[in-house]
Ligand binder design. Structure first.
Ligand SMILES: N[C@@H](CCC(=O)N[C@@H](CS)C(=O)NCC(=O)O)C(=O)O
Length: 208
């Protein structure tokens, strides 16, 4: 097994959390390098695009969260070997990523600018993405997004839905998912209550 070092913010969300979960569930050993927001200016100097997450694989630095998640999913046994199921898995991951790309700039806004930008998403693309994800889940049997089992796509949606429900994002109503795609909340609860995920978060009793 290669030596792996994942670099990302110290919180239970964002673009690296599905990677952490996949490694924990699959029993893949890695260095979980977490840093606090004030240290980001220094950390970003060590990355090619000034962005995180990064994964070092035997000292080689790799970027792009979905590429990292796919790779780690393969190591962890959480990525389909069947090409069509892999395609379904990738599609879901990319839809979540596309939604994240739309909301990312709003984290640099404040006040009314942020409010208007977020409300435009809440009333525009977000329900479209959430509705599509719900349909996709239902089309694949209602429990998992691909391969009739837990894959990295489930972990990516789980982290995203939990973030939307958290109240961490001002102007994004905490009942948005429940209103437009309640099956995604049921999915989130199921994944969150699974033994492996509960065991993982039991390591972080004091953190949100
Ligand atoms: N395409 C990249 C995007 C990474 C990204 O935007 N990361 C955010 C944190 S979640 C970041 O570092 N933002 C700082 C910036 O873009 O200046 C990926 O998929 O990993």
């Amino acid at each position: 097994m290669p030596q792996l070092k994942l670099t990302y913010f110290d919180f239970h969300g964002g673009r690296a959390e599905p990677v952490r979960l996949a490694m924990a569930i699959g029993g893949v050993a890695f260095e979980d390098y977490r840093f606090n927001f004030p240290d980001f200016p220094e950390v970003r100097k060590t990355t090619p695009f000034g962005q995180v997450p990064t994964l070092q694989v035997d000292g080689v630095q790799v970027t792009q969260c979905d590429s990292i998640l796919r790779y780690v999913g393969k190591l962890a046994g959480l990525y389909p070997t069947d090409p069509l199921q892999a395609l379904f898995c990738d599609e879901v991951m990319y839809v979540v990523e596309e939604a994240s790309v739309k909301i990312s700039p709003t984290f640099r806004m404040t006040g009314d600018e942020q409010k208007q930008a977020r409300l435009a998403l809440v009333n525009g693309s977000m329900p479209v993405y959430l509705g599509w994800l719900q349909k996709q889940l239902e089309a694949h049997g209602g429990e998992y997004f691909a391969d009739n089992r837990l894959t990295v796509a489930d972990l990516k949606v789980f982290v995203d839905v939990r973030g939307l429900n958290s109240g961490r994002m001002d102007h994004v109503p905490t009942d948005l998912v429940e209103t437009v795609a309640p099956a995604l909340n049921a999915h989130m609860r199921r994944i969150g209550e699974s033994d492996a995920v509960e065991r993982y978060y039991a390591q972080f009793p004091a953190k949100i």
